[in-house]
Design a protein around this ligand. Structure first.
Ligand SMILES: O=c1ccn([C@@H]2O[C@H](COP(=O)(O)OP(=O)(O)O)[C@@H](O)[C@H]2O)c(=O)[nH]1
Length: 418
């Protein structure tokens, strides 16, 4: 672990009049399973002894994600080159040489065979090396699941004002990506730590103390990967003739569907049944015996749920998209039943809505073991965040990268995950 030093305040605003101004930029790529996103951060240090303050964040995204180019790594890297053009437009030329550029890939690349993931990372690294930006060591890597969960926890707690010295009152996070899903929280009871599989506990050093977080990333249990598993299509052969059916899809639905660069033929069961109950048992197979139930999750902790939890809650009308909202686990279940039992009505929104809502319900209840009455704060990170919103993986990784380039005290948070 690198040395850790933390300012007592998470965000320090200089109090002096502005007589000094130094601008820093940083470029962070979040290479997810469903898309690649660039975050361009601008920090201003108004005071030579104060910490720089985030002034602005610019964001662009492309779909599909890098893993869709598993067999054409050069074309995949081209998508990154495209996004770097945006960065060149945004960042003044004289700053390019000292602007770090970093890419962290998540579940899409973790799910690929190692040599295909390697080829993609190598091509992206070449694009970085050809760019005029500063390329730190290990600038193009796959982030491990533990870091993904912990960094999301740190970010959400930072943004919601729960990170300070001796903090006890924190919030848990539930992140549902396309390829993987993460759960992270600070247990209140020792029993949660003692009964968890040892590799589900991460120790992080913050504020001169060590915090033991419960965290796990389930690879293959992201929303889109779970669709494939439900359909029995994960790792299947004969894709050019096989049709994958499910009672979670409208009976008359039949289409080609692409994820991770592979196209699958999927359909409902035309002369069979469709509906919540059958769908429930289908998706249960994807969760049962795979997802661990932490001891404490039945308690009263507050959890922030985002990514596809948010997207589907908005699509199904559970919450307002512009503001996020508070829902109970039973609300997801009620809405899943309604969507599945009235598939024709919800079909225009998405033929997968029944499968997705049922999966979310099963993951929360049968997977993590949440009670019907557990309250979830379902948000888009931009809603939680500062005025511009912050890509959760982005800002924290940038922090770590900046620490390698500048002094540790440069940033708001220096943390180490051991
Ligand atoms: O800065 C971001 C990047 C992604 N997402 C959400 O994350 C989900 C997709 O996850 P991703 O493609 O990153 O999958 P992963 O690779 O993490 O499994 C979608 O709901 C996105 O809206 C988000 O809320 N903020």
């Amino acid at each position: 672990c690198p040395p850790v030093s933390l300012p007592e305040e998470a965000e320090v605003q200089p109090s002096h009049p502005v007589t000094y101004g130094r601008t820093y930029y940083g470029i962070m790529f979040d290479a997810g399973s469903t898309g690649t996103r660039i975050h361009i951060y601008k920090f201003i240090q108004k005071d030579p002894v104060g910490l720089p303050v985030l002034d602005n964040e610019m964001y662009h995204a492309v779909k599909p994600g890098l893993s869709a180019y598993a067999d054409m790594p050069e074309t995949g890297a081209e998508t990154v080159r495209e996004l770097l053009r945006v960065a060149k437009k945004m960042i003044p030329k004289e700053e390019w040489w000292q602007t770090p550029v970093v890419l962290k890939a998540t579940a899409g690349l973790r799910l690929l065979p190692e040599e295909k993931a390697r080829a993609l990372l190598d091509e992206v690294k070449e694009v970085f090396d050809e760019s005029p930006f500063f390329v730190p060591n290990n600038s193009v890597t796959i982030m491990n699941g533990k870091n993904e969960g912990v960094l999301a926890w740190v970010t959400v707690n930072f943004l919601t004002g729960h990170l300070y010295v001796h903090t006890r009152k924190t919030v848990g996070i539930l992140d549902l990506g396309g390829g993987s899903t993460q759960i992270t929280f600070l247990p209140k009871s020792k029993k949660t730590v003692n009964t968890a599989p040892p590799n589900y506990i991460a120790h992080i050093d913050m504020f001169n103390g060590t915090y033991s977080l419960y965290t796990h990333s389930y690879l293959g249990n992201g929303l889109i990967a779970a669709r494939l598993a439900t359909l029995g299509a994960l790792g299947a052969d004969g894709l050019d003739w096989k049709v994958f059916t499910s009672s979670c899809l409208p009976k008359k639905y039949r289409d080609d569907w692409t994820f991770g660069g592979i196209t699958y033929k999927v359909s409902g069961i035309p002369d069979g049944f469709a509906g919540y109950k059958l769908c429930y048992y289908e998706v249960l197979r994807v969760v049962k015996g795979i997802v661990h139930q932490p001891f404490e999750v039945k308690g009263n902790s507050v959890f922030y749920a985002f990514s596809y939890y948010y997207d589907r809650a908005v699509e199904s009308g559970l919450i307002d998209g512009s503001r996020g909202g508070v829902v109970e686990v039973r609300d997801f279940k009620k809405r899943a039943k309604e969507v599945c039992n009235k598939m024709t009505k919800y079909r225009p929104i998405s033929p997968f809505l029944c499968m997705d809502m049922t999966y979310i319900t099963v993951l929360l209840k049968e997977g993590f073991g949440f009670k019907d009455s557990t309250v979830l704060q379902v948000e888009m990170l931009v809603v939680i965040g500062w005025k511009t919103g912050i890509g959760f993986i982005g800002v924290n990784h940038l922090v770590i990268e900046f620490n390698q380039v500048h002094e540790c005290s440069f940033m708001y948070l220096c943390l180490c995950v051991c």
